[in-house]
Design a protein. Sequence first.
Length: 198
Amino acid sequence: MKKTVSITDQELIQNILDEAEYGTLALCSDNKPYSVPINFVEVEGEIYFHGAKKGKKISLIKDNTFASFSVVESFSLLPSYFSNDKGNACPATHLYKSVIIDGSMKFVEDYDEKAKALEALMQKLQKEGKYIPLNHEMYKKAINATALYKLTPEQTTGKCKFGQGFNQERYERVSEHLKQRGTPKDLATLKLINEYRK
């Protein structure tokens, strides 16, 4: 049985992107990779990022528009002794959901598109509101001074690892340890382990 499972449910992939506060953007120039953690928002199938108009990211994107972006939703870390009592380190593992998006980058110059994307980012990261929407005139100077760039996906893949390969003995032992440790993340992880065993 596979230890990881591909995610083909687009709604689940969308949920991972909606819930993640940041991901890792990987760029490359002259055969030298560069990756950076960065806030993002997905709008109508494209991934938007913002930042200063000058800097390493900007230079790399201008040199090579191909990029890869990854997001990980972390669940429980399982120490080796959650799986056996033989002192073997190998069963130690981490459970997760992840999404990787490969595509091409493009700078956004249209003011309305910039304002829309930045407003979507605010709505994502400040769900309680309590700010003046970004279509207000007061933001015009700031928006014009901000670089906005987007990743247009060419391939999107999702994976998850929730003990799909556990035999019954390991499943029961891990489940008991997660219940005993009992953090909110552990209980959420246990719920997903059970869902993926169905």
